[in-house]
Ligand binder design. Sequence first.
Ligand SMILES: *[C@@H]1O[C@H](CO)[C@@H](O)[C@H](O)[C@H]1NC(C)=O
Ligand SMILES: *[C@@H]1O[C@H](CO)[C@@H](O)[C@H](O)[C@H]1NC(C)=O
Length: 212
Amino acid sequence: MALREALTLLCSLAVVCSSGNHESCELKPGLFDSLTGDLKVAAECSDDSSLQWSSEQAAEVLIHMRNLTERLQKRQLKECQEAEPKMCQQPEAPSNGGLACVTASNKRYCKPICDSGYDFSFLRRSRLFEECGEQTNYRWSSLYVGGNRLAVCNKAALQISSRPSAYFTKDCLTTKSSSEQWNTTMEVLLKELKDEGVTGNPTYHCLLCGRP
Ligand SMILES: *[C@@H]1O[C@H](CO)[C@@H](O)[C@H](O)[C@H]1NC(C)=O
Ligand SMILES: *[C@@H]1O[C@H](CO)[C@@H](O)[C@H](O)[C@H]1NC(C)=O
């Protein structure tokens, strides 16, 4: 039986395959491993001539990458939406950086962190966190007026506007992709909150990465 017929047969048996393109995803276990494996090889081949794609092919790759990037980023930004207190809107993660957030004593705390090579536009050495809770009328404290923007990360040769813990070793997604680095970032945040006298059992830990 031809592959296509086999797939069609499988799909007619399975309710999950109701839409046109759906089956190729459902029927591809290990897609994550093969995709990230191939992408890594392509991304890390430093000699551009070894990416022997025509300009047409390169454009097609860019289309699919753009689509996936947008969808994955959208989903990433939804990950912390359940956090309490619900009356606080989700703050905007800065481009070229991110926000590490937890909830404690009915308040949401978010610490802006810039990627390596970027720095905050305002001095914030004594202001590691922004917060949202009853005392702030469920709006975000911020050096920026109005809205949910907590920080801006600008390209900079020196990182001097905040404390060393407010910068990623590399970048937000690299930290997020490693459970060890994620854990370290959170542990540092929890210690800093404790040092500032924030009590209560922290919940809804979340690391949000901004758009690149
Ligand atoms: C990605 O592609 C799918 C399938 O073609 C399409 O439905 C979706 O709108 C695209 N999304 C973006 C963000 O381009
Ligand atoms: C970090 O890892 C340690 C050891 O596995 C664990 O006890 C701790 O709860 C983790 N921290 C967070 C914030 O998840």
